[in-house]
Write a protein that binds this ligand. Structure first.
Ligand code: HEM
Length: 170
């Protein structure tokens, strides 16, 4: 894990360096072609008061990659697996595709609004197999009351989304 962490850090450091270089060679210094450029702009504008901007940039990139890649890959794997085990839903979804997309082009983001059954499949997949079944831990920053219960500052909370998703009362 430590070895991989070093490699990932090296990769992220190179991204930051490359982007800094691009900004230096750009005439007005304000290239904002991607997220990393935007973060560097925020730092150059003095809107960031932390001591170690590079670590914040690297951590933010890593956070986004981990939070986005794993969740999406897991959800898609479950969706396909559920469909392959449910022929009726698979056929119905294919029929919807044929009506709204046809067989001569690929599905496009703008088609999604018309693919209501496909939307339901994704929602049902997320309900049955949420990629973060316990969400992420939360901590109360101050004393508060939730549903009549007194919660002390510092209390850590893990919400069992998986269980809630399968509770007919919810
Ligand atoms: C199937 C897809 C996804 C699911 C199920 C999912 C689920 C979640 C959940 C449950 C949380 C915790 C929310 C809370 O505090 O209660 C979260 C936070 C977060 N997600 Fe996702 N996520 C998904 C995709 C993505 C993608 C694509 C990105 C980025 C491109 C992303 C970035 C983040 C980030 C940065 C946070 C932390 C937000 C914060 O605390 O400020 N997620 N996600």
């Amino acid at each position: 894990m430590k070895k991989i962490a070093k490699k990932v850090d090296y990769l992220l450091r190179r991204w930051v360096e490359e982007h800094r270089q691009q900004r230096l060679s750009a005439k007005n210094n304000r290239v904002e072609v991607d997220f990393l450029h935007v973060m560097l702009s925020v730092i150059d504008d003095g809107q960031f008061s932390g001591r170690d901007p590079d670590t914040v940039i690297k951590a933010t990139c890593l956070n986004l990659i981990l939070a986005s890649y794993d969740t999406t890959a897991i959800t898609l794997t479950w969706a396909l697996s559920l469909l392959l085990n449910n022929r009726h839903a698979l056929k119905k979804s294919q029929a919807g595709m044929e009506i709204h997309v046809g067989k001569h082009r690929q599905v496009d983001g703008s088609d999604i609004k018309n693919l209501v059954y496909l939307q339901a499949i994704v929602k049902e997949t997320l309900r049955l197999y949420p990629p973060g079944p316990l969400s992420v831990p939360h901590e109360a920053i101050e004393d508060c009351t939730v549903a009549g219960f007194h919660i002390q500052a510092g209390t850590r909370l893990l919400v069992n989304l998986w269980k809630l998703h399968r509770d007919p009362r919810v």
